[in-house]
Design a protein around this ligand. Sequence first.
Ligand SMILES: Nc1ncnc2c1ncn2[C@@H]1O[C@H](COP(=O)(O)OP(=O)(O)O)[C@@H](O)[C@H]1O
Ligand SMILES: [Mg+2]
Length: 214
Amino acid sequence: MGIHLQLIRKKIARKDCIEAKDIEQHLGVINEEVDRLNRIVVDFLFAVKPMDTVLEDGDVNHVIEELLQFVHPELDQAGVTIDSQLSPLLPLLRIDARYIKQALLNLIKNAVAAMPGGGTLRIESSRSGDEVLVRISDTGTGIPDEIMDKIFEPYFTTKAFGTGLGLTIVFKIVKEHFGDISVTSRVDEGTTVTLALPVPQKEKILIDYKGDAT
Ligand SMILES: Nc1ncnc2c1ncn2[C@@H]1O[C@H](COP(=O)(O)OP(=O)(O)O)[C@@H](O)[C@H]1O
Ligand SMILES: [Mg+2]
């Protein structure tokens, strides 16, 4: 940014030859850089600030549906088809809907970025024992083995305009919910990220009780 501002200054000083198109080009670069810094700062602040997580009874399917509605137009434009398979039989979980939404949004953004020519984003929810699983799969570029253990590291990115904080934030949010996250991927085929969120004790008892009664 400094260099481009300096160049504009120089051109203004040589009053005779200011070309609007020229200045416009420098401003374009500065604008892009401001956007990039803004993204870094916003992600950074989120990543370092202590989370004020408030866990309440919540329907994770509802959170997913709201989020899909929100991202639908952007995915459409990117040529990405949504395939959502939500289990209707899920128990309520102890969640902070704002944060779960943020985590899923980060995962969806990564999935879309991995499918530059379009593809399918599948989002599934299911129950597996004492956990509810939320699975996000894409048909994108995949993650090479040699970087797999780095993707959760802060600032690790393979993108020209990435911050490398998206998955760091997702990890933090999942841990605040006493959950787990796992990733499987095949290069040129796609990636699946699975969030496992614990089913609260009282929901477990309810199921056990129902099980006994029948
Ligand atoms: N769904 C995905 N498909 C392919 N690569 C991915 C996917 N999700 C994450 N990655 C890889 O992990 C890196 C880190 O992701 P993230 O922490 O969200 O940061 P950023 O998106 O800013 O790069 C990405 O740069 C990319 O290389
Ligand atoms: Mg990201």
